[in-house]
Design a protein around this ligand. Sequence first.
Ligand SMILES: [Fe+2]
Length: 294
Amino acid sequence: MGLQHATVVDTHRLPWESGLDYLRTLAPAFRDNLGPADQVEANFAKYRQKNLYLDPNSTRRLDWVQLEPGYSDLTHCCHDSVEEGFLLGGEVALDGEAHLQAADYFWRPPGWIHHARTEQGVELLLGFEGKSNESGPVSRHVCEAQQAGRNHLISHTDESSLGTRGRLCKVSSSGLVWQPGHAYARSEGPLAGFDLPNLSVRPLSRNPHTGQQTVLLRLSPGYRQHSHGAHSVWWQMVVLSGSLEWGDEVMGPGVFVHRPAHTTEPPMASASGAVIYAKLDGWMDFVPQASPLT
Ligand SMILES: [Fe+2]
C-alpha cells in the first residue's frame, strides 16, 4: 500500500527550472525588486531550481536550488518572510551574516538585510515561511549595501527582531551532537511507536512556544515504526542520504514528502539507515493507528 495522503516528489524526476522561469513564479512584490532589469536576466541564468512545495495562499515555499560559480545577488535585500536554508554542497557568502559551507544551516527572521555571493557555486534547500505565525509574505525589498547585517523592519536592538526562533546566521550541523531519540522525546511527544532507540536528532531551529522546528533526523539501520500512525502537525521532509521503505515506496536521496496533519500512513522503516531534513509545524508526536487494512 502506498502513502494515502502525503505528497511525494522525487526531485530527480523534476526538470530544473531556470532562474528566468523561477522569476515568473514569484509574487510581484518579490519579482519587481530584484535589481537593475538589464542585469536580472544574465544573473538568473546562473540560478536554477526545482520547486518542492509552493502554497499560493501563504506564499510558503521550499526549493532545491543550484547557483553556478560566480552567482551574486544584484542588490542587498530583505524579506517580510523568514528565509531558511540548508547547504547540500558548495559555499556561499552571506554579507552581514556568515560564510556557509556544506551541512551549514541558517534561519533568518524577517527584515534582516543580506546579500548572497558564491565563488565555487552552491546547492541548497531554500525555504520561505510565508504568511504564518513565523513571518509575513514572501516579498523582497532592495536595501543599501552598507545596511548589511541590520534589520530593515524592526530596530536590531529590539528583541522582537529575533523573531520566533532567533537570528541563526550559521548553524554548523556537523558540529552538533546527535541527541538520542529518548532524550529528544522528553520535550516532544507522545512518540509511542516511533522507534526512538533507532532515532537520533540534530535540532537546527525551533520556536519554543509552538514547537515548530527544523531538524535533521538520523534513522539507524533497522529503524521501523511499530504501526500505522499520524502526526498532529504537518511535516515536510527531504531524504539527504540512505533510504527509507514507506508503504510500497523506496525513497532515496532527493525524495521530498509533504504530509498533512492528522493523516494516517503506513509505518516508516529504513533497513540501511537514512538522514532526513525535516520541517514540522509543531511538536513532534506520533499517534499509532490501526492499519486501514485490518
Ligand atoms: Fe534572501
